[in-house]
Write a protein that binds this ligand. Structure first.
Ligand code: NAP
Length: 257
Protein backbone atom coordinates (compact mmCIF):
# COMPACT_ATOMS: atom_id res chain seq x y z
CA UNK A 1 0.00 0.00 0.00
CA UNK A 2 1.27 3.49 -0.87
CA UNK A 3 2.27 5.58 2.12
CA UNK A 4 0.14 8.60 3.02
CA UNK A 5 2.74 10.84 1.35
CA UNK A 6 2.95 9.09 -2.02
CA UNK A 7 -0.71 8.62 -2.77
CA UNK A 8 -2.49 9.93 -5.84
CA UNK A 9 -5.84 11.68 -5.95
CA UNK A 10 -8.18 12.90 -8.66
CA UNK A 11 -10.16 16.08 -7.93
CA UNK A 12 -12.93 16.90 -10.41
CA UNK A 13 -13.87 20.56 -10.63
CA UNK A 14 -10.42 21.22 -9.20
CA UNK A 15 -9.77 24.55 -10.89
CA UNK A 16 -12.06 26.79 -8.87
CA UNK A 17 -13.71 27.24 -5.51
CA UNK A 18 -14.08 24.20 -3.27
CA UNK A 19 -12.38 21.84 -5.71
CA UNK A 20 -9.31 24.05 -5.93
CA UNK A 21 -9.20 24.12 -2.13
CA UNK A 22 -9.46 20.32 -2.00
CA UNK A 23 -6.75 19.95 -4.65
CA UNK A 24 -4.45 22.28 -2.74
CA UNK A 25 -5.20 20.54 0.57
CA UNK A 26 -4.46 17.09 -0.86
CA UNK A 27 -1.28 18.39 -2.49
CA UNK A 28 -0.12 19.91 0.80
CA UNK A 29 -0.84 16.58 2.49
CA UNK A 30 1.56 14.92 0.05
CA UNK A 31 -0.81 13.53 -2.57
CA UNK A 32 -0.02 13.77 -6.25
CA UNK A 33 -3.17 15.40 -7.59
CA UNK A 34 -4.85 15.25 -10.98
CA UNK A 35 -6.71 18.56 -11.27
CA UNK A 36 -9.70 18.08 -13.58
CA UNK A 37 -12.01 20.57 -15.29
CA UNK A 38 -13.27 21.08 -18.81
CA UNK A 39 -10.67 23.80 -19.39
CA UNK A 40 -7.21 22.33 -20.05
CA UNK A 41 -5.30 25.60 -19.64
CA UNK A 42 -6.94 26.32 -16.28
CA UNK A 43 -6.36 22.75 -15.07
CA UNK A 44 -2.67 22.99 -15.99
CA UNK A 45 -2.34 26.43 -14.38
CA UNK A 46 -3.93 25.31 -11.10
CA UNK A 47 -1.79 22.15 -11.07
CA UNK A 48 1.34 24.27 -11.52
CA UNK A 49 0.16 26.59 -8.73
CA UNK A 50 -0.63 23.94 -6.11
CA UNK A 51 2.27 21.54 -6.32
CA UNK A 52 5.20 20.16 -8.22
CA UNK A 53 3.68 16.73 -8.63
CA UNK A 54 0.18 17.92 -9.51
CA UNK A 55 -1.00 17.60 -13.07
CA UNK A 56 -3.90 19.05 -15.06
CA UNK A 57 -6.41 17.16 -17.20
CA UNK A 58 -9.36 18.37 -19.27
CA UNK A 59 -12.47 16.23 -18.94
CA UNK A 60 -16.24 16.58 -18.71
CA UNK A 61 -17.75 14.62 -15.82
CA UNK A 62 -21.01 14.15 -17.71
CA UNK A 63 -19.26 12.22 -20.50
CA UNK A 64 -18.37 8.55 -20.00
CA UNK A 65 -15.44 8.42 -22.45
CA UNK A 66 -14.04 11.58 -20.92
CA UNK A 67 -14.15 10.06 -17.43
CA UNK A 68 -12.48 6.88 -18.68
CA UNK A 69 -9.72 9.02 -20.24
CA UNK A 70 -9.33 10.85 -16.91
CA UNK A 71 -8.82 7.59 -15.00
CA UNK A 72 -6.37 6.36 -17.65
CA UNK A 73 -4.38 9.61 -17.40
CA UNK A 74 -4.16 9.34 -13.60
CA UNK A 75 -2.92 5.75 -13.88
CA UNK A 76 -0.42 6.65 -16.58
CA UNK A 77 0.97 9.66 -14.69
CA UNK A 78 0.79 8.41 -11.10
CA UNK A 79 0.51 4.61 -11.36
CA UNK A 80 -2.43 4.55 -8.95
CA UNK A 81 -5.72 6.19 -8.00
CA UNK A 82 -5.90 6.16 -4.22
CA UNK A 83 -8.61 8.78 -3.88
CA UNK A 84 -11.31 10.35 -6.03
CA UNK A 85 -12.89 13.63 -4.94
CA UNK A 86 -16.01 13.85 -7.12
CA UNK A 87 -16.56 17.54 -6.62
CA UNK A 88 -17.51 19.09 -9.99
CA UNK A 89 -20.95 20.63 -9.83
CA UNK A 90 -23.07 23.43 -11.25
CA UNK A 91 -25.82 25.49 -9.65
CA UNK A 92 -27.71 27.63 -12.19
CA UNK A 93 -30.84 29.00 -10.50
CA UNK A 94 -34.32 28.63 -12.01
CA UNK A 95 -37.65 28.74 -10.19
CA UNK A 96 -40.04 25.92 -11.06
CA UNK A 97 -42.33 28.04 -13.24
CA UNK A 98 -39.39 29.01 -15.46
CA UNK A 99 -37.35 25.81 -15.26
CA UNK A 100 -37.06 24.00 -18.58
CA UNK A 101 -36.47 20.31 -19.08
CA UNK A 102 -33.07 21.27 -20.50
CA UNK A 103 -32.22 23.16 -17.26
CA UNK A 104 -33.20 20.15 -15.17
CA UNK A 105 -31.33 17.68 -17.38
CA UNK A 106 -28.16 19.79 -17.41
CA UNK A 107 -27.95 19.95 -13.60
CA UNK A 108 -28.66 16.23 -13.25
CA UNK A 109 -26.19 15.42 -16.00
CA UNK A 110 -23.25 17.21 -14.36
CA UNK A 111 -24.04 16.79 -10.67
CA UNK A 112 -25.60 13.34 -10.48
CA UNK A 113 -24.63 11.47 -13.66
CA UNK A 114 -21.20 13.11 -13.33
CA UNK A 115 -20.84 11.59 -9.86
CA UNK A 116 -21.79 8.16 -11.19
CA UNK A 117 -19.45 8.37 -14.20
CA UNK A 118 -16.44 9.63 -12.27
CA UNK A 119 -16.88 6.89 -9.66
CA UNK A 120 -17.43 4.20 -12.31
CA UNK A 121 -14.26 5.26 -14.14
CA UNK A 122 -11.95 4.80 -11.13
CA UNK A 123 -13.40 1.47 -9.98
CA UNK A 124 -11.22 -0.89 -12.08
CA UNK A 125 -8.02 0.66 -10.65
CA UNK A 126 -9.33 0.80 -7.08
CA UNK A 127 -10.67 -2.77 -7.21
CA UNK A 128 -7.35 -4.03 -8.58
CA UNK A 129 -5.54 -2.24 -5.74
CA UNK A 130 -7.98 -3.60 -3.14
CA UNK A 131 -8.30 -0.15 -1.68
CA UNK A 132 -9.81 3.23 -2.53
CA UNK A 133 -11.31 6.37 -1.10
CA UNK A 134 -14.17 8.16 -2.81
CA UNK A 135 -15.33 11.50 -1.43
CA UNK A 136 -18.37 13.23 -2.94
CA UNK A 137 -19.05 16.94 -2.58
CA UNK A 138 -22.79 17.13 -1.92
CA UNK A 139 -24.38 20.12 -0.13
CA UNK A 140 -26.68 21.01 2.72
CA UNK A 141 -29.06 22.19 -0.05
CA UNK A 142 -31.21 19.19 -0.95
CA UNK A 143 -30.19 16.66 1.70
CA UNK A 144 -31.15 19.02 4.56
CA UNK A 145 -32.35 22.43 3.38
CA UNK A 146 -34.05 24.05 0.40
CA UNK A 147 -33.55 27.30 -1.48
CA UNK A 148 -35.89 28.89 -4.06
CA UNK A 149 -34.50 28.39 -7.55
CA UNK A 150 -32.60 25.26 -6.70
CA UNK A 151 -35.12 22.42 -6.77
CA UNK A 152 -33.14 20.64 -9.52
CA UNK A 153 -29.84 21.33 -7.76
CA UNK A 154 -31.21 20.14 -4.40
CA UNK A 155 -32.53 16.96 -6.02
CA UNK A 156 -29.11 16.29 -7.56
CA UNK A 157 -27.29 16.84 -4.26
CA UNK A 158 -29.73 14.59 -2.35
CA UNK A 159 -29.44 12.08 -5.20
CA UNK A 160 -25.69 11.89 -4.65
CA UNK A 161 -26.37 10.60 -1.12
CA UNK A 162 -28.75 7.91 -2.36
CA UNK A 163 -26.13 6.86 -4.88
CA UNK A 164 -23.44 6.88 -2.17
CA UNK A 165 -25.27 4.57 0.23
CA UNK A 166 -25.68 1.73 -2.24
CA UNK A 167 -22.23 2.29 -3.77
CA UNK A 168 -20.71 2.06 -0.27
CA UNK A 169 -22.32 -1.36 0.25
CA UNK A 170 -21.32 -2.66 -3.19
CA UNK A 171 -17.73 -1.46 -2.85
CA UNK A 172 -17.06 -2.43 0.78
CA UNK A 173 -15.77 -5.91 -0.19
CA UNK A 174 -13.10 -4.23 -2.33
CA UNK A 175 -11.75 -2.01 0.45
CA UNK A 176 -13.28 1.08 -1.20
CA UNK A 177 -15.08 3.63 0.96
CA UNK A 178 -17.57 6.22 -0.30
CA UNK A 179 -18.44 9.24 1.84
CA UNK A 180 -19.80 12.75 1.32
CA UNK A 181 -19.00 16.22 2.53
CA UNK A 182 -22.02 18.55 2.80
CA UNK A 183 -20.77 22.15 2.67
CA UNK A 184 -22.85 25.09 3.85
CA UNK A 185 -22.16 28.53 2.37
CA UNK A 186 -18.53 28.54 1.38
CA UNK A 187 -16.55 31.63 0.36
CA UNK A 188 -15.42 31.04 -3.22
CA UNK A 189 -14.45 33.28 -6.16
CA UNK A 190 -18.02 32.83 -7.40
CA UNK A 191 -19.33 34.97 -4.52
CA UNK A 192 -16.81 37.78 -5.05
CA UNK A 193 -19.14 39.93 -7.12
CA UNK A 194 -22.09 39.77 -4.71
CA UNK A 195 -21.00 42.68 -2.50
CA UNK A 196 -20.25 42.95 1.20
CA UNK A 197 -23.91 43.54 2.20
CA UNK A 198 -24.97 40.25 0.65
CA UNK A 199 -22.08 38.37 2.27
CA UNK A 200 -22.83 39.93 5.67
CA UNK A 201 -26.46 38.81 5.36
CA UNK A 202 -25.34 35.26 4.58
CA UNK A 203 -22.92 35.24 7.52
CA UNK A 204 -25.64 36.55 9.88
CA UNK A 205 -27.68 33.35 9.40
CA UNK A 206 -24.76 31.15 10.48
CA UNK A 207 -24.18 30.58 14.21
CA UNK A 208 -20.41 30.90 13.68
CA UNK A 209 -21.07 34.23 11.90
CA UNK A 210 -18.78 33.58 8.99
CA UNK A 211 -18.93 31.79 5.67
CA UNK A 212 -16.92 28.60 5.43
CA UNK A 213 -13.57 28.48 3.70
CA UNK A 214 -12.51 26.03 1.04
CA UNK A 215 -9.91 24.79 3.55
CA UNK A 216 -12.76 23.80 5.91
CA UNK A 217 -14.08 21.49 3.17
CA UNK A 218 -10.63 20.20 2.20
CA UNK A 219 -10.01 19.16 5.82
CA UNK A 220 -13.18 17.03 5.88
CA UNK A 221 -12.37 15.47 2.49
CA UNK A 222 -8.85 14.66 3.68
CA UNK A 223 -10.25 12.93 6.75
CA UNK A 224 -12.48 10.67 4.63
CA UNK A 225 -9.48 9.90 2.39
CA UNK A 226 -7.13 9.14 5.27
CA UNK A 227 -6.12 5.80 6.73
CA UNK A 228 -7.81 6.95 9.95
CA UNK A 229 -11.20 6.81 8.20
CA UNK A 230 -10.74 3.27 6.91
CA UNK A 231 -13.78 1.95 8.81
CA UNK A 232 -16.09 4.82 7.77
CA UNK A 233 -18.24 4.36 4.68
CA UNK A 234 -21.57 5.64 3.36
CA UNK A 235 -21.48 8.58 5.75
CA UNK A 236 -21.92 12.34 5.57
CA UNK A 237 -20.29 15.21 7.35
CA UNK A 238 -21.93 18.64 7.41
CA UNK A 239 -19.38 21.47 7.33
CA UNK A 240 -21.48 24.62 7.73
CA UNK A 241 -20.60 26.56 10.90
CA UNK A 242 -23.91 25.40 12.40
CA UNK A 243 -25.97 26.88 9.56
CA UNK A 244 -28.63 24.13 9.57
CA UNK A 245 -29.14 24.23 13.35
CA UNK A 246 -31.28 27.29 14.18
CA UNK A 247 -34.97 26.30 14.14
CA UNK A 248 -36.08 29.89 13.55
CA UNK A 249 -34.83 33.47 13.23
CA UNK A 250 -35.61 33.70 16.93
CA UNK A 251 -32.96 31.10 17.66
CA UNK A 252 -30.35 33.31 15.99
CA UNK A 253 -31.62 36.43 17.78
CA UNK A 254 -31.51 34.60 21.12
CA UNK A 255 -27.76 34.12 20.60
CA UNK A 256 -27.30 37.83 21.25
CA UNK A 257 -28.83 37.76 24.72
P1 NAP B 1 -17.26 26.56 -8.81
O1 NAP B 1 -16.42 27.55 -8.12
O2 NAP B 1 -18.27 27.03 -9.81
O3 NAP B 1 -16.31 25.49 -9.54
C1 NAP B 1 -16.86 24.43 -10.23
C2 NAP B 1 -15.75 23.56 -10.77
O4 NAP B 1 -16.33 22.46 -11.48
C3 NAP B 1 -14.86 24.29 -11.77
O5 NAP B 1 -13.56 23.79 -11.68
C4 NAP B 1 -15.49 23.90 -13.10
O6 NAP B 1 -14.55 24.05 -14.15
C5 NAP B 1 -15.85 22.46 -12.83
N1 NAP B 1 -16.89 21.90 -13.69
C6 NAP B 1 -18.13 22.40 -13.94
N2 NAP B 1 -18.78 21.59 -14.79
C7 NAP B 1 -17.94 20.56 -15.09
C8 NAP B 1 -18.03 19.42 -15.91
N3 NAP B 1 -19.15 19.15 -16.64
N4 NAP B 1 -16.98 18.58 -15.98
C9 NAP B 1 -15.85 18.83 -15.28
N5 NAP B 1 -15.70 19.90 -14.48
C10 NAP B 1 -16.73 20.76 -14.39
O7 NAP B 1 -18.09 25.65 -7.78
P2 NAP B 1 -17.97 25.53 -6.16
O8 NAP B 1 -18.83 26.58 -5.57
O9 NAP B 1 -16.59 25.38 -5.74
O10 NAP B 1 -18.74 24.13 -5.98
C11 NAP B 1 -18.04 22.90 -6.05
C12 NAP B 1 -18.92 21.79 -5.51
O11 NAP B 1 -19.31 22.14 -4.19
C13 NAP B 1 -20.21 21.58 -6.31
O12 NAP B 1 -20.50 20.20 -6.37
C14 NAP B 1 -21.24 22.31 -5.47
O13 NAP B 1 -22.53 21.76 -5.65
C15 NAP B 1 -20.71 22.08 -4.08
N6 NAP B 1 -21.14 23.07 -3.08
C16 NAP B 1 -20.71 24.38 -3.15
C17 NAP B 1 -21.10 25.27 -2.14
C18 NAP B 1 -20.60 26.69 -2.11
O14 NAP B 1 -20.95 27.44 -1.17
N7 NAP B 1 -19.77 27.12 -3.04
C19 NAP B 1 -21.94 24.85 -1.12
C20 NAP B 1 -22.37 23.51 -1.10
C21 NAP B 1 -21.96 22.64 -2.08
P3 NAP B 1 -15.03 24.23 -15.70
O15 NAP B 1 -16.31 25.01 -15.70
O16 NAP B 1 -13.88 24.95 -16.35
O17 NAP B 1 -15.20 22.85 -16.24
Amino acid sequence: MASETTKAAIVTGGTKGIGKGIARGFSQAGYRVLVVSRNAAEADAVAAEIGQEASGFAADVSDEASMEAMAAAALERFGAIDALCANAGIFPAAKLSEMTVADFDQVMSVNLKGTFLSVKAVLPAMKAAGRGRIVLTSSITGPITGYPGWSHYGASKAGQLGFMRTAAIELAPFGITVNSVLPGNIMTEGLDGLGQDYLDKMAASIPMKRLGSVDDIAAAALFFASDAAGYVTGQTIVVDGGQVLPESLGALEAMEG
